[in-house]
Design a protein around this ligand. Structure first.
Ligand SMILES: O=C(O)C(=O)C[C@H](O)C(=O)CO
Ligand code: ZN
Length: 276
């Protein structure tokens, strides 16, 4: 498991492109037949990717956690961004087509990831945070959460926000999670932009064609920088950081947060005219 330290916002203007990417971009979570993970000290979030092919992959703990099982003191939201598959939690199999979201509560022992077909493997994205209590493991099929329509074609940001794990949906200790899909022709996500000092947020971009990229904007609103992001790459946004972006082609993304509260609308908006 890779380790990322927390950073101070005043460091951002001193970082060159490579340092920005080393600190905030997670570009190696998905590899065929492997379970990979990155730990960030920002709200002690773990991001993991599992791509099972011929055989299932079991979620293991990692040396840095010093726990016998991964879910001993943690919970997670899991979204499949690949072919159809399933996640079996302590003997109960949850079928997961692309875009489905499974919440796994603290205390789960055996969590196995499997693909329906090795030739079109599932790709499970795991967002985990420390948990003080155990909530039931719950599956939400793609599109069956709370759907919110935001933006317009005039501002190229017409999009559907699928909220899965949230205060009015599947319950959790900390994790809030969903998937945003942009309507054809709309390129901007999360505009007007925002920060939320109460929560760290990570975006995992997916369905980005190989020749395309997402330009993800980060940093303090008056000192913004950007990251060029490819398919199945994630960005860590510390609580002080903007997180918005536009694609050179179509894309979707999984957003997930953890921290002080779970109020999705608790955002500090920043208008385009205020950005620097
Ligand atoms: O397109 C959007 O707007 C989003 O998906 C916003 C994220 O859900 C977010 O940043 C929540 O804080
Ligand atoms: Zn946000």
């Amino acid at each position: 498991m890779e380790l990322r330290h927390a950073t101070h916002p005043t460091q951002v203007p001193t970082f060159d492109t490579a340092a920005l990417r080393e600190n905030y971009l997670v570009d190696n979570l998905f590899a065929a037949g492997e379970l990979r993970a990155t730990y960030t000290h920002e709200d002690r979030i773990v991001l993991a990717g599992a791509v099972p092919t011929d055989s299932a992959i079991r979620m293991t703990s990692f040396d840095q956690l010093r726990t016998e099982i991964f879910f001993e003191r943690r919970e997670a939201g899991i979204v499949n961004v690949g072919g159809s598959g399933s996640v079996t939690v302590d003997g109960e199999r949850h079928p997961m087509e692309k875009g489905s979201c499974l919440y796994v509560g603290r205390g789960a022992v055996e969590v196995d990831f499997a693909s329906d077909a090795a030739g079109d493997p599932a790709a499970f994205y795991v967002f985990s945070a420390p948990a003080h209590a155990s909530y039931p493991t719950t599956l939400t099929r793609a599109g069956e959460g709370t759907r919110r329509q935001l933006g317009s074609s005039e501002t190229s940001n017409e999009r559907t926000i699928n909220q899965y794990i949230h205060a009015d949906g599947v319950r959790s200790c900390q994790v809030v999670m969903g998937v945003t899909e942009l309507q054809t022709g709309s390129m901007w996500n999360t505009m007007p932009a925002h920060t939320h000092d109460r929560r760290t947020e990570c975006y995992l971009y997916f369905d980005v064609a190989p020749e395309h990229r997402v330009v993800h904007i980060m940093g303090e609103p008056t000192e913004s920088r950007h990251l060029i992001v490819a398919d199945r790459e994630a960005v860590i946004s510390p609580s002080w950081s903007l997180h918005c972006g536009f694609g050179t082609g179509s894309y979707s993304f999984v957003w997930a947060m953890a921290g002080e509260n779970q109020a999705f609308d608790d955002m500090d908006h920043v208008q385009p005219s205020e950005l620097r």
